[in-house]
Write a protein that binds this ligand. Structure first.
Ligand SMILES: Nc1ncnc2c1ncn2[C@@H]1O[C@H](COP(=O)(O)OP(=O)(O)O)[C@@H](O)[C@H]1O
Ligand SMILES: [Mg+2]
Length: 401
């Protein structure tokens, strides 16, 4: 019997991970939600396909019962979370089945924004000043000492759409009152105007073996809440931003105890002092086409590399980091009113990927020249904004990953 890998996916993604596992000879099991059963999963690479009543796979004890039931007559060797939402569930299942891999304590650092803040701060990594929305004396002290504006954000429910900008203590108390018993699931922190970056990496046996650094066109919160074209692209390799991000990324990986897999980590470079502040991290492949952006830059498919790392680890074989190609690339995405708008006017030969998603125009451009990529972005983004973009609702599912 081949080794068995169980993948959890509360969102339609990660097909390349499953395909790579299958190609490497594993027995593959996917659990996704009922709603997602008709998505374009790579069925030929999935040996056993199960669905679970949604909206996601986190409902306990049901998911534990379901997986334990499967384990009655299957030896499950590894459990993998394909979506961010599944990171804690997968960790809890590993703890329950005593399966190797990231456990609950570590998973928490990759899911809970308060846990991330505390752990980063305790390891000397700069973070925006913050306080848990818990003890009212502490909140009052915090607001008296750290001048507004602040942001009140959900610790793990994700999405910039749930983030509230707050300019006066009265507003905070109003929000907390409305939140009632849910308030302790929030963190209050200083709003730092600045540029937002993400660095995506591959980790093998605690070593960062691959990274690519990127800068968002507009901060994701402005895109979600104000509407706009979502843009992210490579920063000059070996340049000042890239080196600073790589160093901070190494510190995060070490502080958070990441052993193997992929990470997507975000930083804000504050306009005020030019320093990078840790924003958030995740133990997963970046979404919304970030995987395609990185493939265009480097030739590396993060899903496949992650699968190779897991398979090698399972077999006790060393993992070799991929040989990379060097391109610059950018990803542009916007929501459209039309289901499948005519995009033929975007015809540059540098377009290497188009997002196959209704009500979206998304593409990746790539070139060996940084300037050429910038040129294409400055040519296409205004066209997307004026002729394609739907004004509302804000982008929910496609970005911010
Ligand atoms: N302290 C902050 N200062 C300024 N902007 C922030 C701050 N925290 C979050 N943001 C904005 O909100 C966006 C989303 O925040 P983030 O913590 O990355 O949550 P998520 O991506 O899970 O929604 C960021 O990309 C940034 O634009
Ligand atoms: Mg984010």
């Amino acid at each position: 019997m081949p080794e068995t890998i169980l993948c959890l996916a509360s969102y339609f993604k990660g097909g390349a991970f499953i395909e790579e596992c299958k190609q490497q000879g594993l027995h593959t099991i996917l659990i996704t939600t009922d709603d997602l059963q008709d998505e374009a999963w790579p069925r030929e690479a999935i040996d056993e396909f199960f669905t679970f009543p949604g909206p996601n796979l986190s409902r306990q004890p049901d998911i534990t019962y379901a997986v334990s039931y499967l384990a009655r007559d299957r030896q499950i060797d590894r459990i993998i979370a394909l979506d961010d939402y599944d990171v804690e569930t997968a960790a809890a299942l590993r703890e329950h089945l005593r399966t190797p891999g990231m456990g609950s304590t570590t998973a928490r650092y990759f899911r809970d924004k308060l846990a991330m803040r505390v752990q980063a701060r305790d390891h000397g990594i700069p973070v925006p000043d913050f306080v848990h929305a818990l003890n009212y004396d502490r909140l009052r002290e915090y607001m008296a000492s750290a001048p507004p504006p602040w942001v009140l954000k959900p610790r793990s429910e994700a999405s910039a759409m749930g983030i509230k900008k707050i300019s006066h203590p009265d507003e905070l108390w109003t929000h907390l009152e409305a939140l009632g018993d849910r308030q302790s699931f929030f963190v209050l922190e200083k709003f730092l105007p600045g540029d937002v970056y993400h660095i995506d990496s591959i980790i093998s046996e605690k070593e960062v073996v691959f990274t690519r650094s990127h800068k968002y066109g507009m901060p994701p919160m402005s895109v979600y809440q104000g509407g706009g074209v979502f843009v992210t692209g490579s920063v000059p390799r070996g340049g000042e931003e890239d080196l600073a991000l790589q160093e901070l990324n190494r510190q995060i990986v070490e502080a958070f105890g990441m052993v193997r897999g992929v990470t997507h980590t975000e930083f804000i470079r504050a306009h005020e002092d030019g320093r990078f502040y840790f924003l958030e991290t995740a133990a997963r492949v970046g979404g919304a086409g970030t995987d395609m952006l990185i493939q265009a830059e480097s030739g590396v498919n993060l899903w496949r590399e992650w699968a190779k790392i897991e398979v090698n680890y399972l077999r006790g074989a060393p993992y070799r980091a991929p040989v990379t190609q060097s391109n610059y690339a950018a990803l542009m995405v916007c929501l459209t009113g039309e289901e499948w708008p005519d995009v033929s006017r975007f015809d540059a030969p540098e377009i290497v990927w188009r997002m196959p998603k209704a009500h979206h125009v998304g593409m990746v451009v790539a070139s060996p020249g940084y300037d050429r990529v910038q040129q294409l972005v400055s040519e296409y983004v205004p066209i997307l904004a004026s002729d394609y973009m739907a004004v509302a609702p804000p982008m929910e599912s496609a970005t911010g990953e």
